[in-house]
Design a protein around this ligand. Sequence first.
Ligand code: TRP
Length: 341
Amino acid sequence: MKKLFTVLLAIAVVFVMTACGGGNASAPDAGSAGPAAPGSRMVTVGLIQLTEHPSLDEIRTAITARLTEKARENGLEIEVNYQNGQGDTSTINTICQQFVASKVDVIVAIATPAAQGAATAAENSGIPVVFSAVTDPVAAGLVESIEAPGGNITGTSDAIPVEKIFALAQELTPDVKSYGLIYNTSEDNSLSVIAQVKTYLDGKGIPYTEGAVTTSADVQASARNLLEKCDAVFAPIDNTVASAMAVLADEAIKAKKPVYVAADSMVADGGLATVGVNYTNLGTQTADMVLKVLTGTPAGEIPVEILRDNAVVINGITAAAIGVDVSKYGPSGDDIISAVN
Ligand code: TRP
């Protein structure tokens, strides 16, 4: 009996140790999975994310995972101080000013409005900024050029293949004769894409109606209005719309009309289709740039990296619900269909 008890106890101890080990391995602080390697340098990353929506969460997870994976071999012990801006400009500014005041070694900013706040706060402080998923860093006023950013800033960009998205729309839903464009006019990332969309649609003689939103709470009313007037809706890479994507998708399914979007996460949330980049890859690439900066390369000398590998992403359930044939890409009714473009 005593022996059995000892065996059970041993199993329990092993279980607890394994559980703790697992906890450590997935700790959010990069490089904290054990004692510092002798000679490694302790650095702090101030990580700011604009708001919470699935794509930005995916990017952040990829960044911290890569920093954790690569810290040791870069001779670093990395502590990540993560803060969420809650989609609010003054919250973002306060967080970034605190990062500067506490002299973090680098600020990493996810999405355009967060990057703009970080760049302003870090100006003349000597603290480098690495941005992630900024659709148009030049239009957003962050860098002088893609090849030579200048200043103390660089990062990754998710340029949107507007023509490919509309070519896919034309192929899947050839009867669509007008589009509603839903976006937040204060997001420079959206303005840049919408300008390209208007040029494209004007060139084809396709009419469109614009539906501006200021907060995610405006998405439902704007969606209903556009769906009443237009055959389809297009949402650019807009953080405000992405935060309420499920609401927009619901309205469109009720109206039996397609919504084309600019990110895979917006398809996962019920949009019909997009052609876009992989945001885990984008996060990993961002982290590699952060490591370069932390090991001595001036940020302004590292060219901005634009992701260009696109995939077609289709929501098969939405397609079935609104009666769009996507069989060329995969079995209809399937959750998410992804095909290399
Ligand atoms: N590219 C956006 C920006 O510049 C951020 C972003 C990344 C995004 N993934 C997204 C926005 C998905 C909407 C949906 O701010």
